[in-house]
Design a protein around this ligand. Sequence first.
Ligand code: ADP
Ligand code: MG
Ligand code: MG
Length: 248
Amino acid sequence: MLKINNLSATVDDGNKTIIENLSLAVPAGEVHAIMGPNGAGKSTLSYVLTGREGYDVSGGRVTLNGEDLLDMDPEERAAKGLFLSFQYPLEIPGVPTMTFLRTALNAQRKARGEDEISAPEFLKKSKATAKALKMAPDMLRRPLNVGFSGGEKKRMEIFQMMMLEPSFIVMDETDSGLDVDALRIVADGVNALRRPDRGMLIITHYQRLLDYIVPDAVHVLAGGKIAASGDADFAKKLEKEGYDAYVA
Ligand code: ADP
Ligand code: MG
Ligand code: MG
């Protein structure tokens, strides 16, 4: 589903190579985790996948369902169903969450040549999703993420993914501390989002998160590439032994 072949990427106007000959494949229906030492380039990889400015590809190829991802601008990537969890953690004062999400959903549908979702249909879908996530209804009327607690932001992130129905999800759980409740929200959300036609890449510093998610594969990003891979138990070994063995 997502295929990364010999990807190399630079920052700082091409002066600094962060990703070097990285290859990785995530088949449909699978959840893969990426772990690795601080500064290894995990966030850089997610920025390259989303097409963020300042993160330049110097070699290699990335395809999503056979289509060349690197050829597309960020909006096209989203329309093709690529969802990056940090895409929407921004706070948008003045715009109710529902308005924002309906606009995002319809932009994607339009790009796919699909009909817009009607207001009643959208309301029904969002009510059902909010209920499933045990979200207070007033959260959807409040401006996106403004004044939300850490846990509420995480719940909102999962809500957005469920509403937008992406075909491939990349989540970068950055160093900012997730407490146990937030970890559970993310893990339960990821498990609920598992689908035979959906792939997920979870970048995490927390082995504990993987206790709840149980990924199909765990990869170590070190030295610019995938330095080692294993099954879910591999994360426990990494937690115990650290990454020294994989850093050149
Ligand atoms: P990780 O997420 O694995 O901790 P990052 O992808 O955030 O690692 O960073 C990888 C390396 O790239 C670090 O050395 C970081 O300082 C550097 N880096 C990331 N973005 C930039 C940038 N815009 N300009 C210069 N260096 C950057
Ligand atoms: Mg970091
Ligand atoms: Mg990071």
